[in-house]
Design a protein around this ligand. Structure first.
Ligand SMILES: *Cc1c(COP(=O)(O)O)cnc(C)c1O
Length: 831
């Protein structure tokens, strides 16, 4: 591609010195854009504004389309500038027309509008690196596809992704000349190769990112895209204007465009007949609706002059920025923590090896890790960079496909991240152990060597760990005695009170402060009362079996009981929290009640979904979702606390001094004031039981009632079932009552015990059959009753507070548990 063939390997010191001389010391930058906000302080901005002001004060520009001298002057100047801009891109006016638009996006919309109006619509394929402005076109298309390089190659090889039979419906293929995310450039000649296919195919090139720092060369008409869009402010800083450049051979695409307005017609008849004759000579006359931004177009003259005068040609800008970005890339790549770990993970192609056909623009996209491998928050970097005067951008940078492929985010992960809406766009930008965006440093005509050096110094100063003590500690088995416990099984209950979903063995399951991922995020609420349905009242809920399908991004729900006639056995609910799934937020948010507590959950609007649940249960109900991160009534707190029978016996208190207060018992109500958030679970983030306690209960039942049926662990609806690994010295039943916490897995994730779990009749519902009996509640009330209440199992929560002195580690950033993990208990003092 033009511009990249001319990479020079040494710095053009003249260019750099020239730019240094007209840069303002106070404004370090690391951004491709030329800023004019501080016009008057930088010579570029000042020259441009002076030049434009002179034009404005020495001429009178009227509204085009009339005979006055001022109007004629505008018309002439606009047409001259149109030609000048075409020449700037090496486009022959006999072969191309240029339509002035507000920005690149407006150009894209003009193309989409026209193709939408063709009789059969159009099929749309866009490259994965596309900016959101291109992606949005898919909503207008009959069929749409997102293509990666491999699929584009197949197409270039002759197989159109929509099939080769020449349907009447045209195809539009759109791609960026340069990715705005990582600077990767894509071949200009794709257009020519794709046009060779049998099906009518138009190509749309988004050159908005490319043209800031490289020449766009349209001299090869046959190779040129049919439509090219760009924004001038990205090249010159000013004026705020864009262009759509159309290959004349493709002008017919606009013949079906319906709307007309302003001066785009030769004649309009509107009373007894309704017809109009569009202007016929030039395409731009038909497409430029309403009055042109006359003064902005005229400012382009000044911008082209001053840019050339100060920076030289776009070729000069390209070679300068290419040298700078190679420097930046190389320096960031070689930054190391004291322990030898790299500071930056880079996503842009390596400019040192990027080959000529698939080259790269002056953009370095990266993320930062600490010496322990944990990701640094993007928001934190951006805030600090802003303070230091670096104009970088972080996050998804309007390029979802590019971000997903750079960060290895699968569609279901993006949906999951989206589902946890509260973490997006907030300061929490690391999700499930992966960053959700990038740090993007772009260089432009105005960038200098000292910008690059300053930025690298900034990263090193704030993010390079120079202490040796934090050398990455290999995870060695802890010096503790070998653990005698392990996780036997893990369950989540996606829909409150419905059957549990057993986490497959081998899967790493995310643990959050509010509980295991996906636990009790949904519930069913009664259509009349808003009350959340519970298995206690509706035992059949045990037969509603949700399962999490991340590949398809769905919560699949099946019903294990007898079905009413014509009832579907299964229904799928998207895991993503797509707002269109819910009742419109303008209608009053309904309050629901969970365990007597008023909450606000979002109810689904789909009758198919709501009918499925209402029909199988025979209760009019709605599915509702209560995702993490709400506020007010969309937020709940744990109510679990230590019970009296769990408290160590206090030594008989002797008043230390006459008149002093007696020592207060370590009651959790007084000692713990931290509030732990939960979703729709009854009391606490996580519930654990142990198999030895279940075995003991069964033993007691067999003794008191010979022949009684064994109780399965499932009735206790625990999240973690803990087993003893030591068959010789089996664990004492109910030992969990005396644990103050446990450490789980090779990372020793800490969980804090919050108190014993109080039980009700719900434990009597067989989770396989939904049948009710009196056991195990009767036996429990004989053996496990304290203060008139019955207890079994323990509440707990993940303790993410203390990360230790060595900083957050990669593993702690995304804590997970899995079946088989060792469990090391800590015993409460006094035991
Ligand atoms: C900036 C940019 C756009 C959008 O340009 P607007 O001027 O906002 O319309 C589209 N695509 C790419 C590659 C960009 O860099």
């Amino acid at each position: 591609m033009a511009g990249t063939d001319h990479q020079v390997k040494s710095v053009d010191t003249c260019y750099n010195a020239r730019v240094e001389s007209f840069r303002d010391e106070e404004y370090p930058m690391l951004n491709g854009s030329i800023y004019l906000d501080h016009a008057g302080t930088t010579p570029y901005a000042k020259s441009l504004m002076d030049r434009f002001a002179k034009d404005m004060t020495s001429n009178l520009f009227g509204n085009p389309h009339s005979a006055s001298a001022s109007s004629q002057l505008s018309t002439t100047r606009i047409e001259d500038i149109r030609l000048r801009v075409l020449r700037f891109f090496n486009a022959d006016p006999a072969e191309f027309d240029l339509v002035f638009v507000a920005n690149a996006t407006a150009g894209i919309k003009l193309v989409a509008d026209a193709l939408r109006a063709t009789p059969d619509g159009f099929d749309y394929a866009y490259h994965q690196a596309s900016h959101t402005s291109l992606i949005g076109v898919r909503e207008e298309a009959r069929n749409s596809l997102c293509l990666d390089n491999r699929k584009v190659d197949e197409w270039l090889g002759g197989s159109c992704p929509f099939g080769n039979d020449s349907e009447n419906r045209p195809v539009l293929f759109a791609y960026p000349a340069q990715s705005n995310m990582d600077g990767r450039r894509y071949p200009l000649n794709w257009a020519e190769r794709i046009r060779r296919g049998t099906r009518k195919t138009y190509t749309l090139l988004d050159a908005a990112a490319l043209v800031c720092s490289a020449p766009l060369d349209l001299s090869q008409v046959d190779a040129a895209p049919d439509f090219t869009v760009l924004s001038f402010y990205k090249i010159f800083g000013f004026p705020d204007l864009g262009a759509l450049i159309v290959r004349r051979d493709a002008e017919e695409a606009f013949d079906t465009r319906r709307y007309f307005g302003g001066g785009t017609v030769d004649m309009v008849v509107c009373l007894k007949e309704q017809w109009h004759a569009p202007k016929a000579q030039f395409l731009h006359e038909r497409l430029e609706d309403g009055t042109l931004p006359v003064h902005s177009i005229i400012a382009l003259d000044a911008a082209l002059d001053v840019h050339k005068q100060l920076f030289g040609s776009m070729r000069d800008v390209a070679s300068h920025t290419s040298v700078l970005s190679t420097m930046l890339y190389t320096k960031l790549e070689s930054l190391r923590h004291r322990n030898g770990e790299p500071v930056c993970v880079l996503y842009s192609p390596d400019p040192k090896t990027a080959n000529r056909s698939l080259s790269t623009g002056p953009v370095v996209a990266f993320n930062i890790r600490n010496s322990q491998g944990a990701w640094i928050s993007l928001a934190e970097v951006e805030k600090l960079a802003a303070l230091k005067g670096f104009h970088i951008r972080t996050g998804g940078v309007c390029n979802p496909g590019g971000i997903a492929s750079a960060l290895g985010l699968e569609p279901w992960e993006m949906r999951r991240n989206f589902s946890s809406g509260f973490r997006c766009g907030t300061d929490i930008d690391i999700m499930a152990g992966k960053p959700t965006g990038v740090i993007r440093a772009s260089l432009g005509a105005m960038s200098t060597i000292s910008d690059v050096d300053g930025f690298v110094e900034f990263i090193a100063e704030f993010y390079r760990d120079t202490s040796l003590s934090s050398a990455r500690t290999e995870l060695v088995p802890q010096p503790h005695e070998p653990s005698r416990f392990r996780i036997h099984s893990i369950y989540v209950y996606p829909i409150k009170s419905c059957r549990g979903f057993q986490v497959p063995s081998g899967a790493d399951w995310e643990v959050r402060p509010e509980g295991l991922a996906w636990d009790r995020e949904w519930c069913l609420v009664h259509q009349g009362t808003g009350q959340a349905l519970s298995q206690k009242r509706h035992p059949k809920m045990a037969l509603i079996c949700p399962s999490l399908d991340f590949e398809r991004g769905q919560l699949r729900v099946s019903y294990a009981g007898e079905l009413p006639a014509h009832q579907d056995r299964e229904i799928s609910i998207p895991l993503s929290k797509n707002p269109s799934l819910f009742r419109s937020s303008s209608s009053r948010l309904r309050s629901s009640r969970v365990c007597g507590e008023e909450i606000q959950a979002e109810t689904y609007s789909s009758t198919a979904i709501n009918n499925f649940f209402s029909d199988v249960l025979g209760v009019p109900c709605l599915l509702a979702r209560f995702p993490a991160g709400g506020h007010g009534k969309s937020m709940r707190y744990s109510k679990a606390h230590l019970q009296k029978h769990q408290l160590p016996l206090l030594p008989t208190a002797k008043p230390a001094l006459p008149g002093s207060f007696p020592p207060s018992p370590p009651d959790s109500d007084t000692e713990k004031t931290v509030s732990r958030r939960i979703l729709l679970s009854n009391e606490s983030p996580i519930l654990a039981i142990t198999l030895p306690s279940v075995a003991a209960l069964n033993q007691e039942m067999r003794v008191s009632k010979p022949g009684s049926k064994e109780v399965l662990p499932a009735v206790f609806r625990a999240n973690m079932v803990i087993a003893s690994t030591d068959t010789d010295a089996p664990m004492t039943p109910y030992a969990e009552d005396s644990w103050s916490g446990i450490k789980v897995g090779p990372q020793q994730h800490e969980f804090e015990m919050l108190g014993a779990c109080r039980r009700c009749h719900m434990v009597c519902i067989n989770q396989e059959t939904a049948e009710k009996s009196e056991e195990p509640f009767v036996t429990l009330s004989k053996t496990r009753r304290f203060d008139g209440k019955v207890f079994f199992g323990v509440h707990m929560c993940y303790n993410d507070a203390d990360q230790g002195a060595s900083g957050l580690t990669k593993e702690r950033q995304f804590p997970t548990v899995r079946v088989g993990d060792a469990v090391v208990p800590e015993w409460r003092k006094g035991e």
